[in-house]
Design a protein around this ligand. Sequence first.
Ligand code: FAD
Length: 492
Amino acid sequence: MAKPPVIHWFRQDLRFADNPALTAAAAAGPVIAVYVLDDAAAGDWPIGGASRWWLERSLRALDRRLAHSGIGLIARKGDTAAILTALAAECGAAALHFTRCYEPHAVALEGRVKSALEARGVAVRRYAGSLLFEPESIRTGSGGPFKVFTPFSRACLGAPEPRRPLPAPVMAPCDAVIAGGAISALGLYPGQPDWAAGFDAQWRPGEEGAMARLDDFLASALPAYRNDRDRPDLAATSRLSPHLHFGELSPNTVWHRTRALAAHDPRAESGAEKFIAELLWREFSAHLLAQFPALPEQPFRPDFAAFPWSGSAAQLRAWQRGLTGYPIVDAGMRELWSTGTMHNRVRMIAASFLIKDLLVSWRQGEAWFWDTLVDADLASNAASWQWVAGSGADAAPYFRIFNPVTQGRKFDPDGAYVRRFVPELSRLPAALIHAPWEVPPMVLAAAGVRLGETYPQPIVDHAKARAAALVAYGTVKGSRNADASCALRLRS
Ligand code: FAD
């Protein structure tokens, strides 16, 4: 007798290779593949605009790949539990397989789906597949979660090595004819104006694009990664974050490919060690969110709840549009708008500027990044914003206020990054490009720059803003002790 079909519910695991849930589904019976866009279930965090662009492209790539096995991707929009229950009834599925997610709303959704399907006799199977280490497996000596990165990463590196990647499964299609489910019906692609027009030149969403990016990074940039990763003017980092977020490749694949290369090429060893450490920041953020579900909304250190934010809506707008008058900040914000990403070093500088120079709440920055990043990830975004704000678990000390001019000079020494994204300054000499207000009028004129007209005057004076930030931080009890123990509202 033919085996009944198994539904694979694709979530943030849009891949074939090293997908334990999909491999198990393929072994159990013919596969029905479904993706559900459920904005209501995501509460305050429906997928942002730039990520929707990515998702649309990624689902199309997945659909093309599934078609080789004679399987069509069913894409539906609405209440996940209701859609999956109806689908199971329609095709007579025996089981539903999916990969575990860690966002609080996604965890709650898993519970609802499980109850709804099990009530109708459909077996529900959940698999790990998005992290190297499950949150329950990395604990302190006393059994609690880590709140500081260094011991966390030490514990990860001392734990049994993450499992080796699985090959892509061979899948059989199901005979049942399921109507509807076009990806275009999800309405993910931006309307007019098409702000994502430039994204296609930057990215190749989908599993093939992810593997190509990994191959390229390992072949060309890994040996210099440790030294060059802070330089936004160089192509020195992997740019894998959106691929990892959407699960187009697994962190296990990245881990084992990186380690294998380092084992054979001593030039890659140091870069590999640093690269793995960055992957562990992704793990740390996910583990934090799993333990502290309020991380995206509330300061991890409760004292910060009363922080005296005083920045204006006009300042927030200038920051969002890349019109602060500080070239490295503006270059970053424009890179974000035009490409859907921003170099990590510049993310830190731009975030520090919003929080500490403008005294605008980190939550405003978090929300803007959520909407504009193609790699927007609830855990990494919230943990990183809180890290910069000083309110996070393992946060930057309050007095670490980036000077946007010295940061620009240090990490974009030739001004190439600023020239690329702030073309109105492109004719300024490298030595002067990071502080146009200090440039002699004759030099400004020769470069075609009219401050206040072609490019803004700085919206704040950094030295004064720094002093004001220190006063504001002084009002927060406990901010002066970066290691202050904090009352954690942990999920039991
Ligand atoms: P690489 O340097 O090549 O690093 C490899 C991988 O490690 C990345 O792809 C990413 O998955 C992970 N990683 C690296 N740095 C970090 C980090 N600091 N925290 C967590 N994971 C890291 N990253 C996101 O994936 N999504 C976000 O929404 C996000 N928001 C951020 C907001 C702020 C304010 C800051 C300062 C950082 C944020 N980051 C976020 C972290 C980091 O900037 C990006 O992961 C990195 O820039 C991605 O580029 P890459 O893939 O070339 O990184």
